[in-house]
Write a new protein. Structure first.
Length: 425
């Protein structure tokens, strides 16, 4: 049963794996590795609480299993508990010298806790033993980039590409480095090569489209999810402290100034992120719904305990499944920068809003009025005021407010846009 459980986990059948390994533990409860593999199955299923309990049970039964500490470190790392992760991985290395998985996890924990130089040394230790270890090669380049040693990182990837020319991560990271240097032509070459190796990579395809000026309807779900999940734990501080981002509070103020109802609002937050809009409006709402592509962002929102309904998924699919006149307010703060074509969203917003309801959103400004929207080389969309006005008229919205704002700073320069508040009769 234990081995069958491991086989099910390897095939991605995590619930079946958990039940089989638990059955083995019922028969023989003191085999430490059963508990360790149960912990790994729980972690793969996303149940970090049970994963941690099983990992600690493993260590209680046998404190000298290095794999158990690697597993415990991985759980702590997923929880962004970097110091705990470092402690666990160090214990694993002490138990097994030159343990690659432990060194890799230790390097990752150090880098994420801003001890980048120390993390880089761990990756270098791995490469001294295994020069072709793809994970260590990739992480080394990332660490060099974080240390602003960009030219060194480029040289590093090019060296390893000459030996391992079919590794997609190398081209992806090399493309990012060229983007950082403003060398878009070389970034495009990397993305094209990457797509030769992995033609179904929708994220890289989207970035290539943005650099080549191709017009697409929307950013792929994987692009948005990956983008935000990668820094969900630092999202709010990064936006406010580094990008001078205040769209949620400005949009909330506009909403409260133009709603017919002033309390007990039924509120839908499209692309809710970490719940910044909910924080602003919770005292005026009877019910808050939120939907977002990024699971880790939803996790951060759930911790706040503000929303009655939170869903990981596509905004439009979520709206399609709701009844007419379900909401008093629908908001989309910095969501349409990842959606080009807005006809369907406007249509659904009109259907879902009650009489006098408000549709409030932000857009980045596309200065060129010859097109409805543009996919920029940032991977984001900007829209024209003309296009928004046409959609407003087509769907019988009344414009209550349209204000010019600086949405955020990017590379030291302001990104300009508009806040809109529309209402239904």
């Amino acid at each position: 049963m234990h081995l069958l459980g491991i086989t099910e986990k390897q095939q991605g059948n995590f619930d079946a794996a958990i039940e089989l390994i638990k059955s083995a533990i019922k028969i023989s409860s003191k085999v430490a590795m059963y508990h360790n593999n149960l912990s790994q199955a729980y972690r793969a299923a996303g149940n970090l609480m049970q994963a941690e309990k099983s990992a600690k049970r493993t260590i209680k039964l046998d404190a000298n299993i290095p794999e158990a500490y690697v597993n415990l470190g991985a759980i702590a790392l997923e929880k962004n508990e970097f110091n705990s992760a470092i402690t666990a991985y160090k214990k694993a290395v002490n138990l097994r010298e030159n343990y690659i998985d432990a060194l890799l996890g230790l390097g990752d924990s150090l880098v994420k806790s801003e001890k980048v130089d120390a993390g880089l040394k761990k990756y270098e230790e791995i490469l001294a033993q295994q020069p072709d270890n793809v994970a260590a090669i990739t992480r080394t380049g990332i660490a060099l980039r974080k240390l602003n040693r960009v030219d060194e990182a480029i040289k590093h990837y090019k060296k390893h590409i000459s030996r391992l020319p079919e590794e997609p991560d190398f081209y992806n990271n090399l493309s990012l480095l060229y983007q950082q240097k403003g060398n878009i032509a070389e970034a495009v070459i990397c993305l094209r090569k990457l797509l030769e190796i992995t033609p179904n990579d929708n994220v890289s395809r989207h970035l290539l489209n943005s650099f080549e000026g191709l017009k697409t309807i929307t950013a792929p779900a994987e692009y948005v999810s990956d983008l935000f999940d990668n820094y969900a734990h630092s999202f709010e501080s990064h936006l406010v402290n580094k990008l001078d981002y205040h769209v949620p509070e400005l949009l909330a103020k506009e909403i409260l100034g133009h709603t017919v109802k002033k309390n007990d609002l039924l509120f839908l937050d499209l692309g809710c992120g970490t719940g910044l809009m909910g924080v602003m409006l919770k005292n005026f709402c009877a019910y808050l719904s939120g939907v977002d592509f990024a699971p880790k962002m939803i996790e951060q929102t759930r911790i706040k305990g503000i929303y009655q309904e939170l869903v990981v998924g596509d905004v439009l699919e979520f709206m399609n499944n709701k009844q007419d006149a379900s909401y008093d307010v629908i908001a989309a703060a910095d969501v349409f920068i990842y959606v080009g074509e807005l006809k369907s969203v406007f249509s659904e917003a009109k259907r879902l809003l009650s009489s006098g309801g408000v549709f409030a959103f932000s857009i980045e400004d596309a200065a060129d009025e010859s097109s409805d929207y543009v996919l920029n080389d940032t991977g984001r969309y900007s829209h024209t005021k003309k296009y928004i006005h046409e959609l407003q008229l087509k769907h019988d919205f009344i414009e209550r407010a349209c204000s010019s704002i600086q949405i955020r700073n990017e590379n030291g320069k302001p990104v300009n846009g508009y806040l809109y508040v529309l209402s239904v009769v």
